[in-house]
Design a protein around this ligand. Structure first.
Ligand code: HEC
Length: 236
């Protein structure tokens, strides 16, 4: 009876290691080609110059990104909107590979315990992020996201961020020497704008609070892409 349960490839293919290796290679190659070839043929449409419009992160955003990485936000949040209708309706236009050009290391994430964040920039006011990070349930009732209230007390170290910016420039991000020399000033300039938004909402913060840096990064996500879409008349 055991013969009835034996599939034909068990006797015809599996005992022959050479044949098995050849067929495995053929099938994996077909799978690979199906994934890779469409990328070469897909039309870039009027977004062909998208790459030029994706700007490197500012020093404050680099600081925020470092915090995002340190706190492991990518464990619960993806940063990739897939080209499916349910995703584009919920999050916005699908992600393109060009958008990750300055992401070193990339933070795509592989789980969505929380929503995708690739289009979260501009979705909420700065004060919302401040409160949400302090106590997620205050802005999102029933949220299972943990609070990160230490970000509201800890300070960013501008020399640390200068080191991050220098490291990024060594691997190809086009920061100018002038930007590298003025990392603390640039951070202060951008942070002060966020502090002003928070003050308008009755919140006291300082430009070098970690939460300000993280907010600048979150507000940045998806912004360049949204800007190109606005000028391209909404085409994808
Ligand atoms: C345990 C999983 C988990 C972790 C870790 C986590 N989050 Fe969340 N996050 C969630 C869930 C669930 C939601 C949806 C409910 C809510 O808004 O709080 C959410 C919502 C958000 C939102 C609002 C998204 C939207 O479109 O409404 C932002 C922004 C966010 N998280 C940022 C972060 C950042 C930054 C970190 C790291 C400091 C982080 N999260 C860590 C689970 C998590």
């Amino acid at each position: 009876m055991s013969n009835d349960n034996t599939h034909w490839h068990r006797s015809l293919i599996e005992p022959k290691a050479g044949l098995m290796a050849v067929l495995t290679t053929v099938f994996i190659s077909v799978g690979g080609l199906v994934e890779i070839l469409p990328m070469f043929t897909a039309s870039a449409g009027n977004q062909a110059d998208l790459l030029e419009q994706i700007h490197p992160y500012t020093p404050l955003e680099v600081a925020g990104r470092d915090i995002y990485t340190r706190e492991g936000c990518y464990v619960c949040h993806s940063q990739m909107v897939r080209p499916f209708r349910d995703e584009t309706l919920r999050y916005g236009v699908w992600s393109r590979s060009e958008e990750y050009v300055w992401d070193r290391p990339f933070l795509l994430g592989s789980r969505r315990i929380g929503p995708d964040l690739h289009r979260v920039g501009g979705k909420y006011p700065d004060a919302w992020h401040y409160e949400h990070m302090r106590d997620p349930r205050s802005t999102s009732p029933g949220s299972v996201m943990p609070p990160y209230q230490w970000l509201h007390e800890s300070k960013v170290d501008t020399e640390d961020i200068r080191a991050s910016v220098v490291a990024l420039s060594r691997v190809g991000t086009p920061y100018t020497q002038d930007e590298i020399d003025h990392v603390p000033d640039l951070m202060k300039e951008q942070g002060t704008v966020i502090v002003q938004h928070l003050a308008d909402a009755g919140i006291t913060a300082e430009w070098d609070d970690e939460i300000v840096a993280l907010t600048s990064y979150l507000q940045r996500l998806g912004r360049d892409r949204k800007a190109t879409l606005a000028t391209a008349g909404g085409a994808q």
